[in-house]
Design a protein around this ligand. Structure first.
Ligand code: SOE
Length: 381
């Protein structure tokens, strides 16, 4: 019988649903050493919270997150709130001795991210950030190939995260307000790309060059007031980067990139091999082995659906059956629970210190845009 870990989750929107589902699925599918108990969900709107809790199986609700994060019955706090509301609850939970799981990016502002990193360094509890795409079997396979030396020295990284939901018809929300979100497509989407690039290459990004951003939609309808409100974030932000080992990288995030839906894609070209992943075909990894030579060389299409060969597949269906977005969150909870009892996660987890390194890159790119110059990462600490 696995021991329980009692969870309080803050937030009941999209990520609240994704995380709740993961906490519920992890037991039956992944047989973790600890079983999450859905203790308390906190949210601002009491009426919808009751319905949410009943739907996902949370035992208690509260509209006061402060009580939830210090509740002595809670072991782990999951922060699934908008970016401006990551710092306060995370720090309070760490000070109360809890483990903290926080939604990406680590924070909206660099200052908040720094405070969170420092609080984590001083705390007894463990920290984790929901960079869920590391746990697609195809991405984890790419990571293993890179670690086994199959790519050799990495020369190029090409990363694009393209979505199409950010047109003028999309109403105002916290995501379009720089005070609340920190940035737009950049913090939302480039955060994933930077995390994946750092994770796969295994080297820090040391310099940012050639950054530019655009905001095409200047105001949006506020559903609550019926009036238009000004937006203050980027709709797209592109930059180029250099890695410590000499690789170069290009990064593109856009919310107005028809016809892409959730095209989170990354390609690494190395001396010995290349990999390419696109979330819109998430079970597939393209791999090129340079030793195949000119006659037979090219991309191999690897369906990452074989237990024992491809990470995480053994949790799910018989070989060759596909998995989806929600599984990446469950795979992550499985690794978090294993890590909490001292077991190795299938691929490395991201803690606040690691997510802070991604936040430094986000911040450096913002400065590069604002100041129209190259920014070295050692300027950003
Ligand atoms: C919206 O752009 C969003 O939901 C992001 O916030 C997520 O992190 C990404 O995984 C999917 O798109």
């Amino acid at each position: 019988m696995s021991q329980k870990i009692r969870v309080a989750m803050l937030g009941q929107q999209f990520m609240g649903r994704a995380h709740s589902n993961a906490f519920r699925q992890v037991g039956p599918f992944c047989s973790p050493p600890l079983l999450p108990e859905l203790h308390t969900v906190a949210g601002r709107d009491g009426a919808s919270l009751t319905e949410f809790a009943a739907r996902f199986g949370w035992a208690n609700t509260t509209t006061d997150w402060r009580t939830a994060v210090v509740d002595p019955e809670v072991d782990l706090v999951d922060v699934a709130t908008p970016n401006f509301l990551h710092r306060e609850p995370s720090v309070a939970a760490l000070e109360a001795g809890k483990h903290v799981l926080c939604e990406k990016p680590l924070a909206g502002s660099f200052e908040d991210a720094r405070a969170m990193r420092d609080a984590a360094a001083a705390a007894a509890g463990r920290t984790f950030v929901w960079f869920n795409y590391r746990r697609c079997p195809a991405v984890a396979t790419a990571w293993k190939l890179a670690r086994e030396g199959r790519l050799g020295r990495i020369y190029h990284v090409r990363a694009t995260y393209l979505q199409n939901w950010g047109g003028p018809q999309t109403p105002m929300s916290w995501r379009f307000d720089r005070e609340l979100a920190g940035s737009g497509a950049h913090g939302d989407l480039n955060a994933h790309l930077i995390d994946l690039a750092r994770f796969l290459v295994g080297e820090p990004i040391t310099e940012i060059h050639g950054a530019t951003s655009r905001r095409w939609v200047e105001s949006r309808l506020d559903g609550a007031t019926g009036e238009r409100r000004p937006t203050s974030v980027d709709d797209a932000l592109l930059f180029t980067a250099g890695f410590a080992g000499g690789a170069v990288g290009s990064f593109e995030a856009s919310r107005l990139a028809n016809p892409h839906q959730n095209a989170n894609s990354i390609e690494l070209n190395g001396e010995l091999g290349s990999v390419r992943f696109d979330f819109e075909d998430m079970n597939l990894l393209h791999f090129c082995d340079a030793s195949d030579g000119a006659r037979e060389g090219g991309w191999r299409r690897i369906m990452c659906t074989h237990a024992g060969e491809h990470p995480y597949v053994e949790h799910w269906w018989p070989d060759a059956h596909l998995i989806g977005y929600e599984h990446t969150f469950t795979n992550m909870v499985s690794d978090v629970l294993r890590s909490l009892v001292g077991e190795e996660p299938v691929v490395p987890l991201c803690d606040f210190a690691d997510a802070f390194e991604t936040q430094r890159v986000l911040e450096a790119a913002l400065r590069a845009v604002d100041e129209r110059r190259a920014v070295m990462l050692d300027e950003v600490s």
